[in-house]
Ligand binder design. Structure first.
Ligand code: ARG
Length: 569
């Protein structure tokens, strides 16, 4: 892609069109009729200058033909209206497939993309004293995948779990514990805490005074009141234990867990700086920030306590000093869009982040047919229930597989776990993060396609082919000229896209680009497998090579999105 971009740029320069073209959009069309690559620059240039797009496309094509001739990876260039479509040479496709077979070398090369750059990924971030709900699952899965992608591309990557361990809700919780707690906090389960929290909200509807009590207790907590601190600390210990259990189940590891309370000592400094720079103003005893195009934000309430926003500002300040990131990515639900708009704007006004990029990847909701979940109403779906159900489904699936049935108990358990968790994660990652998704068990666990188990199953299938062959490592393989059939070409073309897909997924903060690609590779491999014999044929070596490349692509891709590849299924 890089080479092609350079070539197109050169052609544009040769034609003296630099001023007409701002950037060079290159696509990897899913429909093979539009080539392996496609660009619409002729159309954007035409729009800008009022010239005729197909004519411009033709001119650029002619110029390009002179240039790419020398770099020899393009087979032919065609125009279709204003589009310019590129077709890759088979030798080049083979080379790209071969690169996948050497996973270390491939990873080393990919690791050069982001060299010298640093990203902080803020993800997962569940709240203390509330169970790990399904809402935080998306943040965890998508955030981890984004983290993995950037790491793979060679960025210095810091994952930070900004857990909710501070704020008015702790005042509420303390009130609830003191009023209705039936046993000492350290003996409570996270479910007990949640019930108390829910009860607080039910009671507060009848008795508004409770809200004031909650705020008072949070003020006490911020004021270092001993009793408040003690209860709070116990809730933290209890919750963190539960989170760790969940993370180990999900196979997730987050570098840092600083959490909101970590910034306690830095909040006044932020509020002062905001004041000095004339960004805040007083309004009815509170300290607020006004915007022309958004509702006002609050950094200090009239009772002197700080807010979620104040803590997020301190967090940015800390991260900038500590890691000098080029990019901070927040994987947080779309319901916090306004919060992040305000946060980013304020940090801009403070002059902190003029040179770096802040991105909010605002994920949509997971829906059940019934609708949205909320802890307040007490109808949350807990992650545990979801994992239990997935495990049940994976067991049922295992019973239908003659391979899995015969596995030793331990391995069988592992496959079931990988399929259960993989199924959940994959379905979560297959949709664009910004869209809402609906949990549909049939789709999540379907072996027919568009699911984690389907990709895992295809990987296991490729692995079993590799186990059966005598063919060993093959370097500098040449395609059997004139004999490559359509299934093989299709497969080569999918495999050759992988590198670009990884880059695209990271650039767009969209792990779904990888998940979709894996589905296409799996589908194309399965078609190839169904129609072509491999073992014992004269093309055995060549088809084993294709199988090996496919397996490597699926393996690397699954790992990137945090799904465990399974070798026997
Ligand atoms: N704990 C918050 C919540 O559950 C998410 C925190 C996201 N990260 C951040 N820096 N604000 O809503």
């Amino acid at each position: 892609m890089k080479q092609l971009r350079e070539d197109i740029l050169q052609a544009i320069k040769n034609l003296g069109m630099e001023t007409e073209v701002e950037e060079i959009p290159i696509e990897r069309p899913n429909d093979p009729r539009f080539g392996d690559y496609s660009t619409n620059i002729a159309m954007t240039a035409a729009k800008k200058t009022g010239k005729n797009a197909p004519m411009l496309a033709g001119k650029i094509k002619n110029e390009l033909e002179l240039i790419v001739d020398k770099t020899n990876f393009i087979e032919k260039i065609e125009t279709a209206g204003g589009f310019i479509n590129f077709y890759l040479k088979t030798e080049y496709l083979v080379k790209k497939a071969e690169e996948l077979n050497y996973q270390m070398e491939f990873a080393n090369r990919m690791g050069k993309y982001g060299r010298g750059k640093t990203v902080v990924v803020d993800y997962s971030a569940p709240n203390i004293a509330k169970p790990f709900g399904i809402g935080h699952l998306r943040s965890t899965d998508i955030g981890q995948a984004i983290y993995n992608l950037y790491k793979f591309l060679g960025w210095k990557t810091i994952g930070d779990n900004h857990i909710g361990d501070w704020g008015t809700q702790f005042g509420k919780l303390i009130v609830a514990i003191k009023k209705w707690g039936e046993k000492p906090v350290e003996k409570m389960s996270i479910d007990d805490l949640e019930k108390l929290y829910v009860k607080f909200h039910q009671e507060a509807e009848k008795n508004p005074k409770l809200g004031d009590e909650g705020r008072e207790w949070f003020a006490k907590l911020e004021g270092k009141d001993e009793e408040a601190r003690e209860i709070w600390q116990k809730c933290i210990d209890l919750s963190k234990k539960e989170f760790d259990r969940v993370y180990s189940l999900l196979g997730v590891k987050i570098d840092q867990t600083l959490g909101e309370s970590f910034y306690e000592g830095m909040l006044e400094g932020v509020i002062d700086e905001l004041g000095e720079k004339g960004i805040t103003k007083k309004s009815q005893g509170a300290t607020i920030i006004e915007f022309e195009d958004m509702p006002p934000a609050m950094v200090k309430k009239s009772n002197g306590t700080t807010t979620y926003l104040t803590r997020d500002l301190a967090t940015i300040h800390y991260r900038l000093n500590k890691w000098q990131p080029d990019l901070i990515v927040y994987e947080v639900g779309a319901d916090q869009t306004l919060h992040f708009k305000q946060l980013f704007r304020i940090s801009q006004k403070l002059g902190w982040t003029n040179k770096i990029r802040l991105v909010h990847v605002a994920h949509g909701l997971i829906r059940w047919p019934e609708g949205k979940f909320s802890t307040r109403k007490g109808d949350t779906i807990h992650l545990k229930e979801v994992i239990d159900k997935a495990t049940e489904e994976a067991k049922r699936l295992a019973e239908t597989s003659s391979v899995v049935k015969k596995l030793p108990v331990e391995e069988k358990e592992e496959v079931i776990k990988a399929v259960a968790i993989g199924g959940i994660k994959f379905s979560d990652l297959l949709a664009d993060p910004r869209r809402d998704i609906i949990f549909d068990w049939e789709k999540i666990m379907s072996l027919e396609g568009d699911s984690g188990p389907y990709v895992q199953y295809t990987f296991a299938r490729a692995k079993s082919v590799l186990e059966k062959t005598e063919v060993r490592e093959q370097k500098n393989i040449e395609a059997p000229s004139g004999q490559i059939n359509d299934d093989e070409i299709k497969l080569l073309k999918e495999l050759a896209k992988f590198e670009d897909k990884i880059v695209e997924a990271a650039e767009r903060f969209s792990p779904n680009v990888i998940a979709e690609h894996l589905i296409r590779v799996a589908r194309t491999y399965n078609e190839f497998y169904a129609k072509n014999r491999i073992i014992g044929e004269k093309e055995e070596a060549w088809r084993v090579f294709l199988t090996h490349s496919s397996a490597c692509c699926l393996e690397t891709g699954l790992k990137l999105i945090g799904v465990t590849p399974v070798t026997r299924m």
